[in-house]
Design a protein around this ligand. Structure first.
Ligand SMILES: [Fe+2]
Ligand SMILES: [Fe+2]
Length: 356
């Protein structure tokens, strides 16, 4: 025990004089006890990467991809059939920029939340890990802002992401930051990233998304490890509060991808577009898939009352409850490493061709 080393008695109570709101928590026990957390911390340290080196920014930032039309959800609508091919191309480009803008703003939210976690989480091992995440999130903000700079189009943060970030940041309970950010916002982002990575025909987009996902999988794992230890210690009433927070947030997030700002930008009838999307089968499928990481995580951390399960059942996403999270995390890792391997091989080929 580290505390045995103190030559004078220490005040073991939380020291909040550094921060009048009482949100900064110091610990005087420097023992690192949780092996899984330390492993994540160690991974976080070793796997830092530099977006300017790892990503080949000379690849084209955009390529026409009509295959995304079904995912846009407007395909098949009257409005879509009236558009010329040029106009459709503009909508595709703007939707990509809109989606990546939300990723960018979400990443900044994650950066701020991760730094808040460093301050508020009571244990030193969790502070260590969260510090690596602060750096990860800064790199993600860098990646997405660089990408949007190349596209030269960006959109403001959408209302539902903004309100969720507000809720998460204004709550002083450390676990709500974890639950809101690491489990819900990042869980949803990770699923959305996965859909992008697996379906895009733009190589640059696939590569940068795979690299970000490699880090994000670690972040969601951090949330799981920290909360799995903590939630069993709460009273049933306290857990019910957390479940209510989750249920509300999930409903808000489900509407996060309606892209109203894009329809507005093009002068489309926003209400008609929203209605069409709400009834579109591909949109419903898409919005269901967004919960593939959240549902098994919520189950894993023990917020699994009948009420919580009913909420997920009503959203049609209970099928994800049995997802093997460790297996998909390992897959995210392998895909990113695979891209590195491919790039190395390409560089070697170029060098070889030069020599020949
Ligand atoms: Fe991130
Ligand atoms: Fe993250």
């Amino acid at each position: 025990m580290f505390e045995e080393h103190y030559a004078l008695p220490i005040d073991k109570t939380q020291w909040d004089t550094a921060d009048k709101s009482g949100s900064a928590v110091f610990t005087w026990s420097y023992d690192t006890e949780r092996e899984r957390l330390l492993r994540l911390y160690s991974q976080g340290k070793r796997r830092q990467w530099d977006a300017q080196i790892r990503i080949d920014w000379s690849l084209p930032a955009y390529a026409s991809s009509p295959e995304v039309d079904s995912a846009i959800g407007l395909a098949g609508s009257q409005l879509w059939s009236k558009l010329s091919e040029d106009e459709r191309e503009q909508v595709r480009l703007h939707l990509l920029a809109w989606q990546f803008s939300q990723f960018l703003h979400g990443e900044q939210g994650a950066l701020i939340c991760a730094s808040k976690i460093v301050q508020t989480v009571p244990e030193i091992d969790a502070k260590f890990y969260a510090a690596t995440q602060v750096m990860d999130e800064a790199r993600h903000v860098e990646v997405y802002s660089t990408y949007l700079d190349t596209l030269a189009i960006a959109y403001p943060i959408n209302a539902s992401l903004k309100s969720l970030l507000n809720d998460v940041l204004s709550d002083t309970r450390w676990d709500i930051t974890f639950l809101g950010m690491q489990v819900l916002i990042e869980g949803l982002a990770l699923a959305a990233f996965g859909l992008v990575r697996n379906n895009t025909s733009i190589e640059l987009v696939r590569n940068l998304t795979a690299y970000v996902m490699q880090d994000e999988a670690r972040h969601v794992a951090f949330g799981r490890v920290a909360l799995r230890d903590y939630y069993p210690q709460l009273t049933e009433h306290e857990r019910a509060e957390r479940e209510e927070f989750c249920a509300e947030a999930c409903l808000v997030m489900r509407d996060r991808f309606l892209a109203q700002d894009v329809w507005e930008r093009f002068g489309f009838d926003v209400q008609a577009c929203t209605e069409h999307l709400n009834n579109s089968e591909s949109q419903q499928l898409f919005r269901g898939l967004l919960f593939q990481r959240i549902v098994p995580t919520i189950r894993d951390i023990g917020l699994w009352s009948p009420k919580m399960r009913d909420t997920f059942a009503s959203m049609g996403v209970m099928g994800f409850a049995d997802t093997d999270l460790d297996a998909i995390e390992a897959e995210d890792d392998a895909i990113a490493e695979g891209i590195d391997g491919l790039r190395k091989a390409q560089v070697n080929d170029t060098i070889q061709a030069g020599a020949d």
